[in-house]
Design a protein around this ligand. Structure first.
Ligand SMILES: Nc1ncnc2c1ncn2[C@@H]1O[C@H](COP(=O)(O)OP(=O)(O)OP(=O)(O)O)[C@@H](O)[C@H]1O
Ligand SMILES: [Mg+2]
Length: 244
């Protein structure tokens, strides 16, 4: 089953009257339960693409289909409803609500999606626990390091149990231990069936994905399935195989 599909998606910014083509005709399909990494050099259009997929930036032309419905034509308020119910978004630069505690930042999307206060609290405790943030639950975002804020942003994006998780560089500011926590959580929700599209520069993150899509100059230049072989004791271990 297809969760997400784009058809000839284009985004051209206007920079003082000069057109800047950021995304130039992307055809992209994500199946339910798939974990896709988007890679590519700085400026290749990765953030622009995922922002459009989450309805956070308008397309110039082309189509976006989510869960069998065309969504690129939706109004901003209809997008907001859709995001609340179906999408979790991790921004490249966190975007936490500054005057709310970490706990409230994470619980709010769960409550908005219709969970009971008890379910929202349990979900928050689970997510913050997995990310090593239990002790920071009652801190304000401004009291956290960049890496801590980034992990809170991931917990918040997963709080509503989204059909689709979109994450823009979720480990961009993390050291290796915290990257490991984020990867562990992504792996865990993926095993539970979570569909994930993650923009990353980090090969460790990409190696967890089922597929790596490479953008260059706003176009997909490579789309490779990674077939993971299970670890068998006494062999070379986790071998990742690239298929064209
Ligand atoms: N709001 C904007 N107005 C004008 N140009 C923009 C805007 N946002 C992005 N661009 C341009 O569009 C192109 C793609 O930018 P984008 O942020 O999508 O790249 P990226 O692949 O996410 O890069 P990075 O790895 O540095 O985050 C770049 O040339 C960028 O300068
Ligand atoms: Mg970016």
């Amino acid at each position: 089953m297809t969760v997400l599909r784009t058809l000839n998606l284009v985004r051209i910014y206007q920079n003082g009257g000069v057109p800047v083509p950021a995304v130039r005709g992307v055809d992209f399909t994500v199946a339910a339960g798939e974990f896709v990494a988007i890679m590519g050099p700085s400026g290749s259009g990765k953030s622009t693409l995922v922002h459009m997929l989450g309805g956070l930036d308008a397309r110039t032309s082309g189509e976006i289909w989510l869960d069998g419905k065309r969504v690129d034509t939706l109004s901003e308020s209809a997008w907001a409803v859709l995001r609340r119910r179906k999408i979790g978004f991790v921004f490249q630069f966190y975007n936490l609500v500054t005057n709310m505690t970490v706990a409230d930042n994470v619980e709010l999307p769960a409550l908005l999606a219709g969970m009971s206060p008890r379910e929202a609290r349990e979900r928050r405790e689970y997510l913050l626990g997995e990310l090593g943030l239990t002790e920071r639950a009652y801190a304000a975002p401004a009291e956290l390091s960049g890496g801590e804020q980034q992990r809170v942003a991931l917990a918040r994006a997963l709080a509503n149990g989204p059909q689709l998780l979109l994450a823009d560089e979720p480990t961009g500011n993390l050291d290796s231990r915290n990257t490991r926590d984020v990867l562990k959580l992504l792996g865990e929700v993926h095993r539970q069936g979570q569909t994930i599209v993650v923009v990353t520069h980090d090969a460790k993150v990409a190696s967890k994905a089922d597929r790596v899509v490479t953008l260059a100059d706003g176009m997909i230049v490579d789309d490779a399935s990674m077939r993971r072989r299970r670890f068998t004791p006494g062999t070379a271990g986790d071998v990742v195989e690239l298929r064209g």
